[in-house]
Write a protein that binds this ligand. Structure first.
Ligand code: HPA
Length: 241
C-alpha cells in the first residue's frame, strides 16, 4: 500500500535497500548495479528504483538529508513495505586524523546530538548501533579490498549531527578524543529506526571533506567514483550476507 511519501505498490520494493542521500546518486547507483532497474515511486521527485543485482532483488531509496528525512523513509520501508535490511551509502566529514579524504568509514555505532536516542526508551540514552551480521560482512569485505590503490576502510563510530553548519570545534575535539571517526547527518536515525522495527541496518560513508584539515583537497571526479565504488561493494556485501 502506498504511504504518504512512497507511491510504490507493496511488492515493488525489495527486502534489501541501498540508501544514498541524494536522489540523483540513487538513479546512478540503480543504473550501475541493477541492470533491470525501474522507477517505482516519484513522490516529491525522490525517485525509488527496484531491480536485481546478480540475481538478488534490491531497491535504491534516497533518504534526503538529515535524520528527520531519513527517518520518514526508513520507517515507511520497515513498517509498510516489509524491508529487512537498509544500508546507507553516504558521505561524511573526517574527524579523526587517522581518516583521510576518500577513505571509507563503516559506522559500527552512531553518536548524535539529535533527540532520537532519548525517544526510544524513557530516561535511557540508547546505544545506536549497526546490525552485527551486516557489520561483520562489511568488515570481511573490507579486508578483501585492502590493497595499495584501494581507499582504506575504517570501522568505528560516526557522529550524526543535526547541524551541517555549527561552529563548535569543542564538540568535534571531544568526540575525536573518544575515538569518533567522522561526522554525517543520518546514521543515528537509521539505526534507531531499525532498532525500533526489529530490522537490520548499516551505514557506509565515503569521506568527502575533513574537519581537521581544511586545506585537504576535495575528491576529484575519478577519486569520487572509486571511493563510492568501494563503499558500494562493502554495502552490497553487508546487504546480501
Ligand atoms: N558535516 C556533516 N555532514 C557531512 C559532512 C560534514 O562535514 N561532510 C559530509 N557530510
Amino acid at each position: 500500500m502506498p504511504t504518504p511519501h512512497i507511491s510504490a505498490e507493496s511488492n515493488e520494493i525489495a527486502p534489501l535497500v541501498i540508501m544514498p542521500g541524494d536522489p540523483r546518486r540513487a538513479e546512478r547507483i540503480a543504473n550501475q548495479l541493477l541492470p533491470d532497474a525501474h522507477c517505482v515511486s516519484q513522490v516529491r521527485g525522490n525517485g525509488i528504483w527496484t531491480g536485481s543485482h546478480q540475481g538478488t532483488a534490491m531497491s535504491v531509496v534516497p533518504s534526503g538529508m538529515g535524520i528527520p528525512s531519513l527517518s520518514i523513509y526508513a520507517h515507511e520501508l520497515f513498517a509498510e513495505y516489509g524491508v529487512q535490511r537498509i544500508c546507507r551509502v553516504g558521505t561524511a566529514g573526517g574527524i579523526s586524523t587517522n581518516v583521510a579524504i576518500r577513505d571509507v568509514v563503516v559506522g559500527a555505532a552512531a553518536h548524535t546530538d539529535s533527540r532520537i536516542a532519548q525517544l526510544l526508551v524513557p530516561d535511557v540514552s540508547c546505544s545506536l548501533s549497526a546490525d552485527p551480521v551486516m557489520l561483520c560482512a562489511a568488515a570481511q569485505k573490507a579486508r578483501e579490498l585492502t590493497g595499495n590503490e584501494a581507499p582504506k576502510v575504517h570501522i568505528g563510530a560516526l557522529y550524526s549531527s543535526d547541524f551541517f553548519y555549527l561552529d563548535r570545534p569543542d564538540i568535534t575535539t571531544a568526540l575525536e578524543r573518544i575515538g569518533t571517526l567522522a561526522v554525517e547527518m543520518e546514521a543515528a536515525g537509521l539505526y534507531a529506526a531499525a532498532l525500533q522495527a526489529g530490522r537490520q541496518a548499516l551505514s557506509v560513508c565515503t569521506v568527502s571533506d575533513h574537519l581537521r584539515d581544511q586545506q585537504a583537497l576535495p575528491m576529484n571526479p575519478s577519486q569520487r567514483e572509486t571511493g563510492y565504488a568501494t563503499a558500494l561493494s562493502v554495502a552490497i556485501s553487508a546487504l546480501v550476507a
